[in-house]
Design a binder for this molecule. Structure first.
Ligand code: AMP
Ligand code: MG
Length: 349
């Protein structure tokens, strides 16, 4: 009771202090993009050095996370960062070739980085096992690893969470054009950013100071409807998705794209629906797979919830334990899709 009463008096950062976080957050993400692009351009080389097909993702994830953690900590002092990686894998002598490769990649954005500095950065900000801080950063250094390995779309996703809600987000899409075919990788890429109640912005390229264009919250309900879908079949149930669209009476063209680039498409009015239907009932989404994209889409006028219409609750640890799947859609379509979920739920469950 006492702890609860105290929590109620803890406030979020005032708007000016929150917006000031864009500077280190955009710098951190821009540096991570440099690391990821370096690795993605050397997939085969890394696979053969480490004798491991997935090693480019491992190396890129670790190097990019270290660079983000170091950049945030240098700017902000102490941070809490909830992310997938830590120093254990690279600290193991058996993975020496991965460490060498990660050092080479990290050095593109962090000149002179040493073994010790990299390993230290990977443990920076790691919350105590049982801690549930009220304010923390969450990062997916390479979201859409399958797309990354295919030479396609992926995203670098950083969000600041306060009291269970993302309040600031930077989502870099290093290969997503701001216009043209989103499925076709583009060397310029794009960056999306938003803070709570401050609107969402789109910038061409990945530079930390690239000027942002404010994304309109206005949507034409008569415009054609497109649904952003995973490329990977295991990540969302396509047949239930099709049944939901049919039940809702929505005819939608599909855009297939890996990663939180899907949220970027919704935010920039290049798709109207993102449905993520778990392929197993026990599946709970990881917070870093949604925090940045969900805030950016919401600030661009998209309604974001889980499949039951509940707001996403980022206060429950590493996963969205209280939410099932994702339903993000243009505001006129969201209630229709929610009704369709309710109508199909008994048979879909
Ligand atoms: P996407 O690119 O949208 O298909 O999703 C990429 C994300 O899917 C990754 O970041 C993983 O965390 C997540 N993922 C991995 N396995 C599954 C699964 N079985 N169901 C849902 N998401 C998954
Ligand atoms: Mg991910």
């Amino acid at each position: 009771m006492h702890a609860r009463a105290i929590r109620l008096h803890v406030h979020s950062l005032p708007p000016g202090e929150l917006a000031a976080l864009f500077v280190p957050a955009r710098l951190a993400v821009a540096r991570a993009c440099i690391v990821c692009r370096h690795v993605q351009a050397r997939l085969h080389e890394l696979q053969s050095i480490t004798k491991d097909d997935k090693s480019p993702v491992t190396v890129g994830d670790l190097a990019a996370q270290a660079v983000v953690a170091r950049t945030l900590a240098d700017a902000l002092g102490s941070i809490v960062l909830v992310a997938e990686e830590d120093a254990r894998f690279l600290g193991d002598q058996a993975n020496r070739s991965h460490l060498e490769a990660a050092l080479g990649a990290a050095a593109r954005a962090w000149p002179g980085v040493s073994d010790d500095a990299l390993l230290h950065a990977l443990d920076l900000g790691r919350p105590r096992h049982d801690a549930r801080p009220d304010a923390f950063w969450t990062l997916d250094p390479i979201d859409g690893t399958k797309g990354f390995l295919r030479g396609g779309q992926y995203a670098v996703c950083l969000a600041f969470i306060e009291h269970g809600t993302p309040t600031l987000a930077v989502l870099a899409c290093p290969s997503l054009p701001v216009a043209g075919n989103p499925e076709q990788p583009d060397p310029v890429g794009s960056t999306y950013f938003a803070c709570r109640a401050g609107g969402a912005f789109e910038a061409a390229g990945i530079a930390p100071d690239a000027p942002g264009r404010r994304l309109s919250r206005e949507r034409d309900p008569a415009a054609p409807i497109r649904i952003a879908r995973s490329v990977e079949k295991a990540h969302s149930d396509a047949s239930i998705t099709d049944r939901l669209l049919a039940e809702a009476g929505v005819a939608a063209a599909s855009v297939r794209i890996d990663s939180q680039c899907k949220y970027a498409l919704l935010a920039s009015a290049r798709a109207e629906i993102y449905l993520r239907v778990p392929t197993s009932p026990a599946r709970r989404e990881l917070i870093w797979d949604h925090a940045a994209g969900a805030l950016i889409a919401a600030e661009a006028g998209i309604t974001v919830s889980d499949l039951d219409g509940r707001p996403l609750d980022f206060s429950r640890g590493r996963r969205l334990e209280e939410n099932t799947g994702i339903l993000a859609a243009r505001p006129d379509l969201h209630p229709r899709l929610l009704d369709a979920v309710r109508a199909l739920r008994p048979s879909a469950a």
